[in-house]
Design a binder for this molecule. Structure first.
Ligand code: AQP
Length: 333
């Protein structure tokens, strides 16, 4: 039976290889399965949980749509829209915020990481971010949510919220409890400069990530400068697990070539990093350069991207507005 897929990407700029290998690549496969119904959301309400420049936000929304399409998502087959234009998301987040418990949210590690030491100055939106994410998913009765490993905890919270709502209001199976779709391997791509940190949009050093808009020369340069150690490539899993940067680069290679990590490990065991980096660069250029070129081309036609969003908003609104009306009836409004 086909799956109902929902997932989102924040239009916060610098979409990178981690977003691609951890999430968007999976979106494309799901989109290509004719039995699935897919909704891919540009989550602009999530983006403003940290300060955004309004002009940049507008561009980043279009760039995210362009990235979806350039990566292979077909807008005729999947719904692509931006969250802020479907009012049910904000309404749903408020209602579900009255179902979720403080204790549950207090455990969310992403808030702790993003708020840093000065929690008092973090926005309330950043704290309640996972509740909005739950509303996004539950409004569409999504059965499966493809995400990177960093979103696993938020999805568990979404499941808890759905179950509590169904229990509290004696509405058995009304909110669909979704399943996470997290790849078993390579679900967390790390920084090229520090194998212990997630590859991230907000990291100041551009050398820490491959952006999906990078050109061939930028990719070559970034892999050349990617952190490694002076030893030859690891020879076994134990050694690999102790050498984070090597593990990350080998993971990127394996994910790009759809190979098992153990096989890649065997192929490159004991070789020089420079030799491996050359092959990795070639794979990266082959995959990312066409996406990057296509994003740039698509961005020249803003009205085409706006039309896709408009069409998506209409379709998403039809689904979400019905669900929010039922939610309101159930809670007694
Ligand atoms: N490094 C990563 N490895 C694997 N998957 C990743 N994802 C993000 N980073 C990695 C997955 O990409 C999807 C979209 O992510 P997002 O837009 O919600 O947020 P983000 O990339 O984590 O970016 P932020 O929050 O704007 O900034 P940073 O990166 O600075 O924290 C998600 O499915 C995510 O799991």
């Amino acid at each position: 039976m086909g799956k109902k897929i929902f997932s989102g990407v924040q239009p916060t700029g610098n979409l990178h290889l981690g977003n691609y290998l951890g999430a968007i690549k999976n979106f494309v496969d799901l989109n290509n399965d004719k039995d699935n119904k897919c909704i891919f959301c540009v989550v602009d309400l999530h983006a403003i949980t940290v300060k955004q420049d309004p002009k940049e936000l507008k561009n980043n929304i279009r760039e995210t749509v362009a990235t979806f399409i350039a990566s292979g998502i077909d807008p005729k087959k999947s719904i692509i829209f931006n969250q802020s234009r479907v009012a049910a998301h904000a309404e749903g987040a408020w209602i579900l915020g009255c179902v979720a418990r403080m204790g549950w949210l207090n455990r969310m590690t992403q808030f702790k990481e993003k708020a840093g030491k000065d929690k008092e100055k973090a926005s309330i939106g950043l704290y309640s971010y996972p509740v909005l994410m739950a509303a996004d998913i539950l409004l569409y009765d999504a059965t499966h949510v493809p995400v990177g490993d960093d979103q696993k905890q938020h999805l568990e919270l979404c499941r808890d919220i759905a179950q509590k709502f169904n229990n509290d209001f004696e509405a058995e199976n009304f909110l669909q409890v979704p399943e996470p779709l997290i790849q078993k391997e390579f679900s967390r791509i790390m920084s090229l400069k520090d194998g212990s940190k997630k590859m991230s949009k907000s990291e100041l050093s551009d050398l820490s990530r491959i952006n999906l808009t990078d050109d061939k020369d930028q990719i070559i340069n970034k892999i050349k400068k990617a952190k490694t150690d002076p030893l030859p490539m690891p020879r076994d899993l134990k050694e690999l697990n102790e050498r984070l940067e090597a593990k990350n680069l080998l993971g990127i290679y394996s994910s790009l070539t759809n190979s098992k990590l153990e096989i890649s490990l065997k192929n490159f065991a004991g070789k020089n990093f420079s030799e491996f980096k050359e092959i990795l660069t070639e794979e990266l250029v082959n995959k990312i350069e066409p996406i990057s070129n296509e994003i740039k081309k698509l961005l020249e036609d803003k009205s085409y991207l706006d039309e896709i969003l408009l069409d998506g908003v209409e379709k998403a609104n039809m689904i979400a507005s019905k669900k929010i009306e039922r939610i309101k009836e159930i809670i007694g409004f």
